[in-house]
Design a protein around this ligand. Structure first.
Ligand code: CA
Length: 371
């Protein structure tokens, strides 16, 4: 690691420490923002993070053994680990009273839970598959304890596509989980590669939506993001998932699996805003492009977006207009972004009651089969 990157990690750790020291708004009694009143719609938050003690212990073991191989992962861990200056792991591991209190203080009726990035995708296939199954068992237990408050997505290890497909089936049919979480690239590889398509085949057959959640960009493009401190929510996360989603579209995945559903967060990671230009560029793409339709066709037919981390009326209204009101779901991004004022802001969206109920409640119920 060169001096610039070491300096970056020192800066990142200091930033994480400041973040951890900040009070959790809304949780403290007498906090500055009152809980939103119950609404005529349920507030379902559809991209909420959690993690297991076993996963975090294995991450630490991998990072201690060989940190320079995964600088994006290392930076993420510093943001989470109390020992590294971050403080998210206790809240990530809590699937009980603390999380429920935070939901109550923010007026959140239900969370759709997913294993936090980069999940099990940094391990070898055997370890990743075993940790995914263990986390899914724990998540299913929590969903059984609080069936009105928690729904969960199954983690899988794409490192072994066949066993990942089997875990999707177990998650959906045995554990009652509602879909699949994939924390973007797996050791630099993307689901657009046909070697992963068993995963799509299982997800389509089981009507299990796949949520593609960000992590830092894959190793081949990561370097400049680290050098300029742009590898997280400011740019790198969005570039990574926008790339992954457009790669899946261009590979013809949705022509082969027309009923497959994908969900992406953060306002669609910039894709709605760029959709006109993406379509305009599509006809002159390289000759081996396999998608039969322009990207907007699949964005409006196979892809759903959440507003995780983006409680911003212009974005929500624009995405609803571009993709349709049935394709935009509410999400908070707990515990990484917990701000009760944002719930008030989304309650105040200048849209019809019908569209607001779709945004907060019924779109999530439909996509994730919650009712
Ligand atoms: Ca998130």
């Amino acid at each position: 690691m060169d001096a610039g990157r070491r300096q970056f990690f020192r800066v990142a750790a200091a930033g994480a420490a400041a973040l951890a020291a900040r009070p959790v708004r809304g949780v403290q009694r007498g906090g500055e923002t009152p809980a939103p009143a119950p609404a005529a719609y349920k507030r379902i938050a559809a991209e909420e993070a959690w993690g297991t003690a076993e996963l975090f212990a294995e991450w630490k073991r991998v990072l201690d053994a060989n940190p320079p191989d995964e600088p994006g992962f290392a930076a993420l861990w510093r943001n989470l680990d109390p020992a590294g200056g971050g403080g998210f792991t206790p809240r990530l591991m809590d699937l009980g009273a603390g999380r429920l209190d935070a939901m109550d203080a923010a007026g959140i009726d239900m969370q759709v839970l997913m294993l936090t990035a980069p999940g099990v995708q940094v391990f070898d296939a055997d370890r990743g598959t075993a940790l995914a199954a263990d986390s899914n068992d724990q998540l299913a237990d929590a969903c059984r304890r609080y069936p009105d408050r928690f729904a969960g997505l199954a983690a899988v290890a794409p490192q072994d596509p066949g066993r990942a497909a089997a875990e999707i089936e177990r998650g959906r049919n045995t554990l009652g989980l509602k879909g699949v979480i994939v924390n973007s690239h797996t050791k630099g590889e993307y689901l657009a590669d046909t070697k992963f398509w068993e995963i799509f085949e299982a997800a389509e057959a089981l009507d299990a939506p796949i949520y593609i959640h960000p992590r830092s960009p894959s190793p081949d493009m990561l370097g400049p993001f680290v050098d300029y401190d742009l590898l997280r929510g400011d740019l790198g996360f969005g570039v990574e998932v926008a790339f992954h989603t457009q790669a899946i579209i261009n590979a013809g995945v949705f022509d082969r699996f027309p009923d497959l559903k994908l969900v992406i967060g953060h306002g669609g990671e910039g894709i709605p805003y760029n959709l006109y230009r993406i379509d305009r560029t599509h006809p002159v793409r390289r000759p081996d492009d396999r998608a039969a339709n322009p990207p907007s066709y699949y964005m409006r037919r196979n892809v759903y977006i959440t507003n995780s981390g983006v409680a911003w009326a212009p974005m929500v209204e624009f995405a609803q207009r571009v993709l349709g009101v049935d394709r935009v779901l509410y999400a908070m991004d707990y515990p990484y972004q917990y701000d009760v004022e944002e719930v008030h802001a989304m309650d105040a969206l200048p849209i019809s009651y019908e569209d607001k109920k779709k945004f907060f409640q019924t779109n999530a119920e439909t996509v994730f089969h919650l009712v």
